[in-house]
Write a protein that binds this ligand. Structure first.
Ligand SMILES: Cc1cc2nc3c(=O)[nH]c(=O)nc-3n(C[C@H](O)[C@H](O)[C@H](O)COP(=O)(O)OP(=O)(O)OC[C@H]3O[C@@H](n4cnc5c(N)ncnc54)[C@H](O)[C@@H]3O)c2cc1C
Length: 464
């Protein structure tokens, strides 16, 4: 019988392509035993946890107090969503913008789009500064619609936003109708437009940042992998006890970078951040053959109403693609156990696992006789926020405890600077409003209450 704790990452997860070339650092333990105390304990060693540690250490304010930092990771570094995603650094500059205008006004929505766009440069800059070898490619993200009505609806949204003065859309360029198929490379493409994005090897990016964390933090940083946190209790104000099967750490400040798994340690987030299972694959051609060239990354919408396949081209021409939500993201409670509140990344999604067989041959020009096949297939657990926005900052009613989680399957152009905001709040005692994070991300009691009272389950059940 399994002794698995119901809210912790499962054992023996599926193997993503990204983890087929591993660094010894991902099982790192700085010391054989846990430290007895640490000024800051970060729970979770994915993109959010490691980039938070990096920002703490590289902040000009760090030197004033030099707090000690411990990262506790249940499995290995980057074994969660970050090591299993699609590798797409693609800002969302139109999908959720209308909803954000409704909720936060034009200024709030513009702030969000610009925040996401600024990640492309921020990540490029840190990769160059720290000389991290992680296959960053600056590219154009080609958004392709096979259904004309669906494509035209989106074109209208973009035109309307432009008419309202959204300058962040200026980079979008629509393909002229006469050569949509030949330029996009997608068979049957009806509407297509592109804008600047990046593709990246997420695991190598985070492991590269981690090596810098260890270098800059030498005597102040302690990394402990394979160390799940069971619970956090209060000891006295500004002092917490972080409990693990390997012992307890006394911490002044605790940060939850646990994304999908947050509900296990913070029950008040149970309805605010849901685990949602997704699937991705690596498509390659048989050995000795060269994949037909593709010049873009893609967000491909093959179906009339719903779903998007997000798609990056590796430097060797092979493909990483995920999505296919329409094959499993059923909203009705009788039929949603394959993805909703499912934290099992050790198995595949039954209704999706064959979706990508023959995918390139079906949708891309010149791939018909390529022999392209699914080489690796895996699942990963996303943390869907009920209102689609992450929760960032000090946790309501828990002084000295912070959160940076709930990235709703879209963390690459959001997390790096969100975690910088948390670092500034912790080190400089700044208010949320004083750091550069979109207003809709603020961790508030109102958002938790709205989630608790939402009978539908939030945006997750409204948009496909
Ligand atoms: C299939 C898939 C495809 C995706 N594709 C893209 C994409 O192309 N572009 C994009 O922008 N986003 C994508 N995402 C989303 C993106 O991967 C996430 O938003 C991002 O990785 C979240 O990073 P994180 O650090 O918050 O979470 P994670 O990487 O999940 O890290 C959380 C860590 O916390 C650890 N943990 C949890 N509970 C505990 C505990 N109690 N004690 C100790 N440790 C704990 C976990 O083991 C995990 O390592 C995708 C996600 C999936 C699953």
């Amino acid at each position: 019988m399994s002794t698995q704790t119901p809210f912790l990452p499962v054992e023996n997860p599926t193997l993503p392509f990204w983890l087929t070339d591993r660094s010894a650092l991902d099982e790192h333990r700085s010391t054989p035993d846990l430290p007895d105390e640490s000024d800051i304990v970060i729970i979770g060693g994915g993109y959010a946890g490691v980039s938070l540690a990096y920002h703490l250490l590289t902040s000009p304010s760090y030197g004033k107090t030099r707090p000690s930092i411990t990262i506790l990771e249940a499995r290995t570094i980057c074994s969660g969503a970050t090591g299993r995603n699609g590798g797409h650094l693609r800002p969302d500059i139109y999908g959720l913008i209308p909803l954000n205008i409704q909720r936060h006004g034009l200024e709030g929505a513009t702030e969000l789009a610009e925040f996401e766009l600024s990640h492309v440069k921020a990540i490029k800059d840190v990769i160059e500064k720290e000389q991290i070898d992680c296959d960053l490619i600056m590219t154009r993200n080609m958004n392709v619609y096979l259904d004309e009505d669906r494509g035209n609806r989106v074109r209208k949204v973009i035109e309307d936003l432009k008419a309202r003065g959204c300058q962040f859309l200026d980079d979008i360029s629509f393909l002229p109708e006469r050569n949509i198929e030949s330029t996009s490379g997608v068979k049957g493409a009806k509407v297509a437009f592109s804008y600047t994005s990046g593709t990246i090897w997420p695991y190598k990016f985070i492991l590269g940042l981690l090596s810098k964390v260890l270098e800059y933090g030498c005597d102040k940083v302690n990394i402990q992998t394979n160390t799940p946190v069971d619970s956090v209790t209060n000891y006295e104000p500004d002092s917490h006890l972080v409990h693990t099967p390997r012992g307890t750490i006394k911490a002044k400040k605790v940060v939850y970078t646990t994304n999908a798994y947050t509900f296990g340690l913070l029950p008040e987030y149970e309805r605010a951040i849901y685990p949602a299972r997704g699937l991705a694959v690596h498509i390659d051609v048989p050995e000795g053959q060269t994949p037909p060239h593709l010049s873009y990354s893609y967000a491909l919408r093959p179906h009339p109403q719903e779903g998007v396949d997000y798609f990056v081209v590796r430097p060797d021409g092979s493909i990483i693609v995920g999505g296919a939500h329409q094959t499993h993201k059923h909203p009705d409670p009788e039929n949603n156990e394959q993805w909703f509140r499912n934290i099992d990344d050790s198995t595949l999604i039954e209704s999706t696992k064959n979706y990508f067989d023959g995918y390139m041959q079906k949708y891309f020009r010149g791939w018909e006789n390529s022999g392209a096949y699914v080489k690796e297939i895996w699942t990963g657990i996303m943390g869907y926020s009920f209102d689609s926005a992450p929760h960032v900052g000090e946790i309501p009613s828990r002084p000295g405890q912070y959160i940076c989680a709930g990235f709703t399957g879209h963390g690459m152009p959001v997390i790096y600077l969100s975690s910088k905001g948390v670092a500034d709040i912790i080190l400089e005692g700044k208010k949320f409003e004083e750091v550069h994070v979109p207003r809709g991300f603020k961790a508030t009691a109102e958002r938790l209450e709205a989630a608790a009272n939402d009978t539908l389950g939030g945006d997750i059940f409204r948009k496909f």
